[in-house]
Design a protein around this ligand. Structure first.
Ligand SMILES: Cc1ncc(COP(=O)(O)O)c(C=O)c1O
Length: 480
């Protein structure tokens, strides 16, 4: 049967670019993979912009002194991943996907070998699908500037209020009533610099040297680190696909840290009956639950669940943040608790000279007051919903996805032996991923990839997931 090779230029296919590719015959990685990796990097960092015509496979093979199969296979791979498009009779072009994705260039977090012409995307571009970071490019510049102009109007104060600005506390109470259905007033709120700061204030008020602090396992490493830094003994509390397991929770915990809206990192949403059981455990033991509500503003096709705080404010401190909805760079979050606890924390805060910047709070207050934050949230909900749909469409057929109804990451469940292979191969092909193992303290119950779609563009999420789907298929098929 005759096959059509869209990569063979039949007419004049001289490229406008002269590709400075260098391949290493000594490297363990095949020439095809090296070439595909080089081209991906060049497309990501803009060396090969959308619409650019690539040399014909014959011309590039001659230039590189490799067989034409090496080039056609590399082109075919990139074509399948959506990087390239063939235009009939005129050659191979860089696909015209959203340019936003092309700007996304990050430096790899780990050392890469200094082999000449390495197959890996060394020190160049990766598609970053690790969890934890939001999309910070789409914001209303005019609203942002207006907020900062306004923030500069009041003079600096000599003694910052440890509770935070009264105006912002009022606005946050209103925001939480609307966005989270919580019946709170400003007396329940203290403005923090984000969840990390909120965790530290909780530790200061509720834990002491040797106090036992339960932390979800797998869970958010910052909670472990902050509590341990305040002298607490960390007690890992197992999590299943729904969230923290209540049966068997130790009865001597002073505090339990949990992420019921979207378990980090497994993605479970704690069901209502389990929420009730967790609260009765806290009531009977006297423990305080620290509820990290970090990405609760984002959910897809499911009804909202009440915050633990809303179900029993006497046993819960809720921590919220602008880090996911706006940016971690703003450095504003909130702590919600009973007025007594909030008052005690404010006193301790003053004692350790901890505070949230007044001008920053002014700026956030303006964003809330004018409805700019609500508008931004509505836009981002749509944007994340599109990315999440791409993840589900491309990865759903190759593995079991969990936690895809909320937040900015999903868990792709895989056999334990396959996970490191997939992470490594994905990295070789320019896609950065996290595995569940990194988030564990004790025994691992669920294995898989934690895929964040917050900080890569829609186009990059699509490309990254295509690459990943192919790798997962191969790795699962090859697994014993
Ligand atoms: C589980 C969890 N909580 C909270 C946060 C946000 O923390 P902060 O408000 O300190 O930026 C993150 C960010 O990645 C997170 O993963």
């Amino acid at each position: 049967m005759a096959t059509i090779d869209p990569f063979v230029g039949t007419t004049c296919v001289r490229s406008s670019v002269d590709l400075p590719v260098s391949l290493s015959r000594e490297a363990a990685v095949p020439l095809t993979a090296q070439l595909a990796g080089w081209l991906r990097r060049a497309m990501l960092d803009g060396t090969l912009p959308p619409g650019e015509r690539l040399p014909s496979s014959r011309a590039l093979a001659a230039q590189l002194k490799v067989s034409r199969t090496v080039v056609t296979e590399a082109y075919q791979q990139l074509y399948a991943e959506g990087w390239l498009e063939g235009r009939h009779g005129s050659g191979t072009f860089v696909a015209d996907m959203e340019t936003a994705g092309m700007e996304r260039v990050v430096t790899p977090p780990r050392e890469t070998p200094s082999d000449p012409g390495p197959p890996e995307p060394a020190a160049a571009a990766f598609i970053d699908l690790t969890a934890g970071r939001p999309w910070v490019r789409d914001y209303d510049r005019a609203a942002w500037k207006r907020a900062w102009r306004r923030a500069g109007e009041p003079p600096p104060v000599a003694e910052p209020d440890p509770y935070g600005l009264p105006r912002l506390r009022e606005l946050l109470a209103d925001h939480l009533r609307r966005a989270r259905g919580m019946a709170v007033g400003p007396e329940n709120i203290l403005v923090t610099r984000g969840t990390g700061n909120g965790l530290d204030l909780c530790a200061l008020a509720l834990l002491g040297a040797g106090a036992r602090a339960g932390v979800e396992d797998p869970g958010y490493h910052v909670a472990r680190t902050v509590f341990a830094a305040r002298g607490a003994e960390i007690v890992p509390c197992p999590v299943d696909a729904d969230g923290v397991i209540v049966d068997g929770l130790p009865r001597d915990l002073r505090v339990l840290y949990t992420t019921p809206a979207h378990q980090y990192p497994l993605g479970g949403r704690l069901p209502i009956p389990r929420r009730e059981r967790l609260l009765s455990w806290a009531r009977s033991t006297g423990a305080t639950i620290v509820e990290d509500d970090y990405d609760a503003e984002f959910r897809y096709d499911v009804a909202p669940l009440p915050a633990l705080y809303g179900l029993d404010p006497s046993r819960v401190v809720l921590l919220g943040t602008l880090s996911k909805t706006l940016s971690p760079d703003v450095g504003v979050g909130w702590l919600v608790g009973t007025p007594e606890l909030v008052g005690r924390i404010a006193g301790l805060r003053r004692a350790v000279a901890d505070r949230t910047s007044g001008p920053v709070q002014e700026a956030v207050a303006t964003l809330l007051e004018r409805g700019d934050l609500d508008r931004h949230l509505r836009r981002m909900r749509l944007e994340y919903a599109r990315r999440r749909a791409v993840v589900v469409e491309l990865l759903g057929p190759v593995c079991r996805l969990r936690g895809d109804t909320a937040g900015l990451h999903v868990l792709a469940e895989l056999p334990a032996a396959v996970v490191p292979v997939v992470v490594e191969r994905a990295r070789e092909r320019g896609v950065l991923l996290d595995a569940t193992g990194r988030h564990h303290h004790g025994r691992e119950r669920l294995h898989g990839l934690v895929i964040g779609y917050g900080s890569a563009s829609l186009a990059d999420v699509r490309r990254g997931c295509r690459v990943l789907a192919a790798i997962v298929r191969e790795a699962v098929a090859a697994a014993p």
